[in-house]
Ligand binder design. Structure first.
Ligand SMILES: *Cc1c(COP(=O)(O)O)cnc(C)c1O
Length: 230
């Protein structure tokens, strides 16, 4: 299957789930998670109408930016971002989806102010309470979002989450619903319901994420094929 065929199939799946739940498929942003796929593969996805591309490593992103891999679509940063690499991402990525601590948020604010830009971000929720994962604990989210709302060079556009990889389907679905509830609450209390993005769901569970209210899905292997780690 080609990348274009895979994207068409994922779009069909999204349309089917939207039909089932009475939602408009146009409100779902399809982000191609293009890590470990080369610039040619990224361009193929752009040609085939992907809405955005997402990278999770700064060095890979920087190299592929130089190769014009993402020309024509917004670039998202979706991986763990170290504070000392913030300068390489701010102003390059249209959306940093993975802001999981206030330290990182303030670093982004500083870098964006220095560049004279407003950086759009999502706050990442560590919904499974995993020690090895970054992200705000659910009970810390509202206070963090409130600090974020006070910044002048960072604009919060919503939430992102990656549930624990080993969760069964019901548990995974429960996590999605919990993050959706946090999103609705935060959006109403702090952002006049102007946040647009609830980013959750990957190749294995994007349909369930949409059922639970996701407006953005990050799909890698179902579009680009299996990744080959060496
Ligand atoms: C790799 C990645 C994805 C996509 O994963 P697939 O299972 O290949 O669809 C989504 N989100 C993040 C944060 C990723 O790093």
């Amino acid at each position: 299957m080609s990348i274009a065929e895979n994207i068409a199939r994922v779009r069909e799946e999204i349309a089917a789930v939207c039909a089932e739940t009475g939602r408009d498929p146009h409100e779902i942003v399809l982000v191609g998670a293009s890590k470990m796929n080369d610039a040619a593969a990224c361009r193929e996805a752009v040609e085939a109408g992907i809405d955005a591309l997402g990278e999770n490593r700064v060095q890979e992103m920087t190299e592929k930016l130089r190769q014009h891999a993402y020309d024509g679509v917004p670039l998202h940063f979706i991986g763990h971002l170290q504070r000392n690499k913030v300068n390489k991402v701010v102003g390059q990525a249209a959306l940093i989806e993975s802001v999981g601590s206030l330290e990182l948020l303030f670093e982004i604010e500083k870098a964006a102010a220095a560049r004279g830009v407003v950086q759009e971000v999502l706050l990442e929720v560590n919904i499974g309470g995993e020690a090895a994962k970054s992200g705000f604990a659910p009970d810390a989210l509202l206070a963090a979002a409130s600090s974020a709302a006070d910044q002048t060079h960072v604009r919060v556009r919503g939430l992102m989450t990656v549930p624990p990889a080993d969760a069964d389907r019901d548990t995974n679905m429960r996590y999605f619903h919990q993050v959706q509830a946090l999103y609705v609450d935060m959006n109403a209390k702090l952002f006049h319901n102007e946040c647009k993005y609830l980013s959750m769901g990957m190749s294995g569970d994007y349909q369930d994420a949409i059922r639970a209210g996701a407006t953005m899905v990050r799909v890698g292997s179902a579009i680009f094929g299996a990744r080959h780690y060496n």
